[in-house]
Design a protein around this ligand. Structure first.
Ligand SMILES: Cc1cc2nc3c(=O)[nH]c(=O)nc-3n(C[C@H](O)[C@H](O)[C@H](O)COP(=O)(O)OP(=O)(O)OC[C@H]3O[C@@H](n4cnc5c(N)ncnc54)[C@H](O)[C@@H]3O)c2cc1C
Length: 497
């Protein structure tokens, strides 16, 4: 790398350069500054893009807790009216492990789980407000008590926007500079250690004692998606920031970083087919249909089902549904509902206009589904249901009988007009593979050792998630490892210095 100019990050303590002002980056910047480092943040986007995917997120956090009193330390609520069931460490470990089909790196899983409770307290002390999760599926009323089952219990106040605004306020209060339109391009190595990065349109070199990469995954880069996820991942919808295009990941590979996890895997969901392809500044993410799929069935253009819509709580299955839709003819799916659930569905996705017809055939025709195929599917599905009602509030076990692909819970006949059809596409949320890291946040090289001076946190890292994941664990991962990377980077730099 040719060194043209030098923009020192610093003055006093060790200098830490954070690339990417998203969830992990804002956390790392504040933490490094708390520990006495001199910190600068470089961000590829404009000020209105700050927060990356975190800004688009629902702000949902998954962390272990012992129930009502424990969660009450983060959120103010009336304990007489709300009961939160405990979510033990082991449940979190088991969920992440099971959803990765046992592939998640055990040390990373343990670190995530063990550190997440303190990380939530840290966020709280840094000014992030929380509220009980509005989207927690499975919350139900027991008499006058609102019961939140084990799982993600809280979300940031005002969701992802609230989370980012609170962290950014703390960054600004501390006087940490955030340099916008300054993408990291390359990583500068000297004597076997990372000593800086080239930044911005001119590729100016910024020297630092520790470089923390928090630049997200490569989900917004069609070429890298096609290279790593597969050719079919070119024309899909992107749910979050257009800036997560993966150049820093390649830059780290260029200086010897190893691949962590599986670059072919990602988080992808069912989104409104009429939503934008990639949200531009100020544009809304295409509406995810995850909130509603349990109320009906999901079919392809041939009218055939291909996904067990009632396999589990939505937070445990939604992130593999996008890939399933992408695998269908024309890469399109259709969520089908009838009058019995219309009110619930419309209330859950108010901005989306379905196709509505009194005859199933007419609805199929209008949507571009084979009417005969859909009729066969719905008839077989209805014939496989013996009960007349379901309880959407819990895993009710009301499943279909005698059809090859069951709906394992909440199977309710589709027989009351009008019929509603919501066309759906695959929307990618973030990529799962990335850099290999230790649980310390140090980046591992292909030679098996750590790359001195280089740290990474959040989506740019791999090893935890593989194709499916428990909702709320990504912001938790970014927070936990953003904190750790900052702490270890400052400590390492202090020892060297
Ligand atoms: C619609 C949506 C909803 C979600 N909801 C949830 C949820 O409720 N709970 C949950 O846990 N997770 C959720 N997620 C996932 C979560 O938001 C992300 O996984 C998390 O924000 C990742 O944090 P990060 O810091 O790694 O990346 P990001 O938050 O995306 O930040 C990366 C930053 O790096 C910047 N950048 C990129 N390239 C460069 C470069 N070359 N140089 C400098 N800067 C660069 C980007 O502009 C961005 O600001 C959601 C995601 C989306 C899209």
């Amino acid at each position: 790398v040719e060194i043209r100019t030098e923009s020192p990050v610093v003055s006093a303590g060790p200098s830490i350069l954070v690339a990417g002002a998203g969830a992990a980056g804002l956390v790392a910047a504040v933490r490094a500054h708390q520990l006495g480092a001199s910190v600068a943040v470089v961000e590829k986007g404009l000020p209105e893009d700050v927060g990356g995917n975190a800004r688009f997120s629902g702000g949902l956090f998954l962390f272990p807790h012992t129930g009502t009193a424990d969660v009450r330390r983060l959120v103010d609520f009336d304990t007489d009216r709300v009961r939160i069931e405990p979510y033990p460490d082991q449940s979190f470990i088991d969920e992440v492990t099971a959803m990765s089909d046992g592939r998640a790196t055990h040390t990373l899983v343990r670190a995530l789980v063990e550190r997440s409770r303190n990380a939530m307290q840290w966020l709280h002390s840094a000014g992030v407000g929380f509220q009980l999760a509005s989207s927690t599926f499975g919350a139900y009323a027991s008499g006058s008590v609102h019961v939140v089952p084990a799982g993600p219990a809280v979300e940031a106040h005002d969701g992802g926007v609230g989370l980012v605004d609170a962290l950014l306020t703390e960054v600004v209060r501390r006087g940490i500079p955030v340099h916008y339109e300054c993408p990291l391009r390359q990583i500068v190595v000297d004597g076997g250690a990372v000593v800086g990065a080239s930044i911005g349109p001119q590729g100016d070199v910024w020297r630092c004692d520790g470089l923390i990469l928090t630049t997200g995954g490569f989900e917004a880069n069609p070429d890298l998606r096609m290279r790593y996820l597969g050719p079919e991942w070119g024309p899909i919808k992107v749910r979050g920031t257009r800036h997560n295009t993966g150049e820093p990941l390649l830059a780290a590979f260029d200086v010897g970083a190893a691949v962590g996890g599986d670059l072919t895997q990602c988080h992808s969901v069912s989104v409104d087919a009429n939503g934008v392809d990639v949200p531009g500044p100020g544009e809304a993410t295409p509406t995810r249909l995850s909130r509603v799929f349990r109320y009906g069935i999901l079919v392809n253009a041939a009218g055939e089902r291909f996904f067990d819509e009632g396999e589990d709580l939505w937070t445990r299955i939604y992130s593999k549904m996008g890939r399933a839709i992408l695998g269908q003819p024309g890469a399109v799916g259709f969520h089908i509902f009838d009058a019995k659930v219309e009110e619930r569905v419309r209330a859950a996705v108010p901005g989306v206009n379905p196709i509505v017809r009194n005859a199933l055939d007419a609805a199929a025709h209008e949507a571009g589904i084979d009417p005969a195929g859909l009729r066969r599917t719905v008839d077989a599905y209805n014939d496989g249901i013996e009960h007349d009602s379901v309880n959407f509030d819990v895993l009710d076990g009301h499943c279909t009988q005698g059809i090859a692909l069951p709906k394992s819970n909440w199977a309710l006949r589709i027989d009351e007009p009008p019929f509603l059809v919501y066309p759906a596409n695959c929307g990618i949320t973030f990529t799962h593979g990335g850099l290999a890291v230790e649980e310390s946040g140090r980046v591992l090289g292909r030679d098996g050792g750590v790359i001195s001076g280089l740290f990474a946190a959040g989506e740019i890292t791999g090893g935890l998630f593989f194709g499916n994941y428990p909702g709320g664990s990504s912001l938790m991962r970014s927070t936990v490892f953003g904190l750790t990377a900052a702490e270890v980077a400052v400590e390492d730099a202090s020892q060297v210095g």
